[in-house]
Design a protein around this ligand. Sequence first.
Ligand code: HEM
Length: 413
Amino acid sequence: MAIATSPDLSDIDLTDLETFVDRTPHDWFKRLRDDAPCFWNEEAGGRGFWSVTRYEDILALQKQPLVFSAGVGGTSLDDLTPEQVEARMSLLDMDPPRHTRLRALVNRGFTPKAVKVYEDRIRALIRSILVETMPEREFDFTERVSIELPMQILSDIMGTPLEDRHTLVNLGDRLLGNTEPEFVGDLVKDQSDLSQYAHLPFSSPAALEMFDYALGLADLNVTILINSELDGDTLSDHEFKLFFLLLITAGNETTRHTMSHGINALLSNRDQIDRLVANPELCGSAAEEIIRWATAVHHFRRTATQDVELHGQQIKEGDKVVLWFTSANRDERFFDNPMQFDVGRTPNKHMAFGLGGPHYCLGSHLARLEIKVWLEELLPYLPDLHLNGEVARMRSNFFNGIKRIPVRYDGSR
Ligand code: HEM
């Protein structure tokens, strides 16, 4: 029997995107959590960064948003000038109190009560998607199911025309998949090639097309964002287009990839399908486990605003500090059997939506609802659904993306 060996620290490079094409490097993260929980990672063409990988450490850092700032250098690994940070600053990259104002402005559209009204719509949509798709027998689950549901719901919520959804999905792919050749062609091969677009969100030229689209909508005055208002305060045009871009990308791609990871996990763990079929009331805990298992966003970056010591390492003011949610969600110090996919897992206080800080995912209630209803409607098909080929992963250390997941349906529903 082959015995898995622990990787050498000197072999670990979290900027090596080819590794992320192959797998999420859980072996690397375990080694880091165990032996180098605050780890310096060199970066070709960049300044290098500290990787923080333990659950409790990330939580502690998140609780100090002014010491580990999102606003000073942005939330991506890019090395940006203050002007570039300001030009691309969305809600995600702001510190309190600026963040607090904007978050209050948009919060009310995303409370549990506010999103509950979409439940029937989500159910009807996923039902019709499944009824239409299953008779095809062999199909790409990502293309036919995971891409469709979140974007159609977002179109409803934001008031964008339904027929534009593939345009928006495509722009989102190019923005978040800015290191994936299948999405951006030869334009970008590496993070360092992106510097000419550093003033744009995700250092991507696709942001300009998304801005134009958003401002076109502003003329129509149809989106909930434009209608966001608190005590007479409204979004400026610049805030509006950045927030629009954030919502389209954060609301669509995350949920999509979570569904694709979810179907992969279920079809690779058929005992969990049997358990769910026998106990459909587990769909709520199963949805939460799928969100933990997928951890669609691997990391966000912060910048230290003062010198800090962590696990004997001297973090200097101005250093980049990366919070690896992916690693926190498999931290054996916090979760029992974290490498096991367990649809009945409780408690399950995972970090897939962030945790402990002001940036906790605005869309978490919507995402939870979508995944739960999706699973409830998918359940009757699951016993006859099978993996049917290689899963294709995105080339990214930022998004845990799945490009394709071929499946086969043998049932008669
Ligand atoms: C499974 C799906 C989702 C995952 C895994 C996810 C993950 C995350 C994460 C990790 C953060 C940052 C947390 C932090 O820095 O502490 C975040 C923030 C955010 N998410 Fe989500 N998200 C999901 C779905 C959604 C949806 C459906 C929407 C909107 C429709 C959304 C909108 C946002 C926004 C606007 C922020 C920024 C919040 C702020 O900075 O105050 N997300 N999300």
